[in-house]
Write a protein that binds this ligand. Structure first.
Ligand code: C5P
Ligand code: MG
Length: 159
C-alpha cells in the first residue's frame, strides 16, 4: 500500500461587506473573507493539502487568481478538482484534519455543519473529518481581527 501525506495553509483578509465562508458554510458575521474567489480559506488549505500529497503543485497553479473565470468562484470546485486528481491516480483519502485560526466570531457552534460540508466535498464520512478552531490570543494580524488562517492535513492511500 502506498501512503501519501499532505499539508496546506492559507490566509485571507477580513473585510466588511464580504461573506464569511468556511468549509462551504456561511457563518453570520459583520466581516467576511476578501479574495478573488469566495475566499473559503479552509477549502483552499484543504485543496493545497490534497495537491501536496500528490506533489501536483498548489491551488494557484491549477486556478490562477488572475483568471476572470475564477472571480467569485465557489471554492468547492477547487477542492473537488484536487480530489478528482487523487482518484484518477488511484488514491483514496483516509482522513483529514484541519484548524481554522480566527479571533472572532466563535465557530464551535458551526463545527458539525463545517465537518459535514467538508466531508461531502471530499466524499468522506464525517467521522474521519476533523475541524478545529483556535484564536491567535489577540496577537498578530489574526489576533487583531484583520485576517483568518487555515491549516489542513490529509492522508491518502493507493495500491
Ligand atoms: O484559541 P483558544 O485556545 O483560546 O480557543 C479556545 C476554544 O475556543 C477552542 O478550543 C475552540 O473550540 C473555540 N474557538 C471557537 N471559535 C474561534 C476560536 C476558538 O469556537 N474562532
Ligand atoms: Mg485562499
Amino acid at each position: 500500500m502506498k501512503l501519501r501525506i499532505g499539508q496546506g495553509w492559507d490566509t485571507h483578509r477580513l473585510e466588511a461587506g464580504r461573506p464569511l465562508i468556511l468549509g462551504g458554510v456561511t457563518v453570520p458575521y459583520e466581516f467576511g473573507l476578501a479574495g478573488h474567489s469566495d475566499a473559503d480559506v479552509l477549502f483552499h488549505a484543504m485543496t493545497d493539502a490534497v495537491l501536496g500529497a500528490l506533489a501536483l503543485g498548489d491551488i494557484g497553479m491549477h486556478f490562477p487568481d488572475t483568471a476572470t473565470e475564477w472571480k467569485g468562484a465557489n471554492s468547492l470546485q477547487f477542492l473537488q478538482h484536487a480530489v478528482r486528481l487523487a482518484r484518477e491516480r488511484g488514491f483514496a483519502l483516509i482522513n483529514v484534519d484541519s484548524t481554522v485560526i480566527l479571533e472572532r466570531p466563535k465557530l464551535k457552534d458551526f463545527r458539525g455543519a463545517i465537518r459535514h460540508s467538508l466531508a461531502d466535498a471530499l466524499g468522506l464520512s464525517p467521522e474521519v473529518v476533523s475541524v478545529k478552531f483556535k484564536t491567535a490570543e489577540k496577537v498578530g494580524p489574526v489576533g487583531e481581527g484583520r485576517s483568518c488562517e487555515a491549516q489542513a492535513a490529509v492522508l491518502l492511500s493507493g495500491d
